[in-house]
Design a protein around this ligand. Structure first.
Ligand code: AMP
Length: 284
């Protein structure tokens, strides 16, 4: 595996493969790799000739009071993990390499970026779409891999690719969890020991809400069950917990096929997200 820090070098390397018609995969990450990222890379490895993983904590998707500075970083460790899972190029640029000049042109992620995580993180998804579209142009992948862990991000990227004809196929993988059900996240290291013990309640609460919704078809009741469970059984505070259609993230209605039950929970030093995607075929 090669670690590359400049756009020029990466593009020169990839050109050698592109002329041979190789299928190139992109796996965008912010590093501090865990099994969630590894699952994406393994899927990319299986389905493509070449795997590029980006490892870049993107400043433009962090708000002024968010954790950009303290976000965990360990490139040496990432290199080992990426090598193990068969990544060919680990692209780890500096902020200056990615954003040397600023012409002020912005991507506006639209109404579906203002709800759920976007309600408390204004501008977050504009920054996500900015960096993802830059990476798409730099790497020009055949396939790009994203996790369902960040379901709203995945939905918005799918909408951008569809609406703006990006020549890339978006592939997604289900959420990878710890044994006790907590969704793997680079940010889990910020949980205190007590919070780490309580955190699996988030997933349990979503499961309870889903079961209740499938039985009674009462969205508000299902949501209230999950919020109460999280607030009673953890020291966390629910930012939002919502049931929406997927991938449009609209209010649900009787014809909704795909549901996204998603939450964000604040603990003392970290805000965690989790979700469940399910279809109306489960409704009996
Ligand atoms: P991040 O480094 O947190 O920006 O994540 C990079 C990619 O990995 C995104 O597409 C995430 O959705 C995905 N990802 C992060 N955690 C998980 C997980 N637990 N399971 C599946 N995918 C994940």
């Amino acid at each position: 595996m090669k670690v590359i820090t400049t756009i020029n070098e990466l593009q020169q390397e990839l050109e050698k493969h592109r002329v041979l018609n190789k299928k190139i995969a992109l796996v965008p990450t912010m590093g501090y790799l865990h099994e969630g990222h590894m699952t994406l890379a393994k899927a990319a490895r299986q389905e493509n000739d070449l795997v590029v993983m980006s490892d870049f904590v993107n400043p433009t998707q962090f708000g002024p009071n968010e954790d950009f500075e303290s976000y965990p970083r360990d490139l040496d460790r990432d290199e080992k993990i990426a090598t193990e899972v068969g990544v060919d190029y680990l692209f780890a640029p500096t902020v200056d390499e990615m954003y040397p000049d600023d012409g002020g042109i912005r991507i506006e992620a639209g109404p579906a970026s203002k709800i759920l995580c976007g309600a408390t993180r204004p501008g977050h998804f504009n920054g996500v779409l900015q960096v993802v579209s830059k990476l798409f142009h730099i790497v020009q992948p055949t396939n790009a891999y994203f996790g369902q862990k960040d379901a709203q991000q995945l939905a918005l990227i799918q909408l951008m690719v569809r609406d703006y004809n990006f020549p890339v196929t978006i592939c997604s993988v289900p959420i990878v969890r710890e044994e006790d059900g907590l969704a793997k996240s680079s940010r889990n290291v910020f949980l205190t020991d007590a919070e780490r013990e309580q955190a699996p309640v988030i997933q349990q609460a979503l499961q309870q809400a889903k079961a209740d919704f499938l039985k009674h078809h009462d969205k508000e009741q299902a949501i209230q069950i999950a919020i109460t469970m999280i607030e009673n059984q953890t020291s966390g505070h629910v930012d939002y917990l919502e049931l929406r259609s997927y991938p449009n993230l609209q209010e649900i209605h009787p014809e909704t096929n795909q549901f996204l039950l998603a939450t964000a929970v604040y603990f003392s030093n970290v805000r965690l997200i989790d979700n469940i995607l399910f279809s109306n075929e489960e409704i009996r």
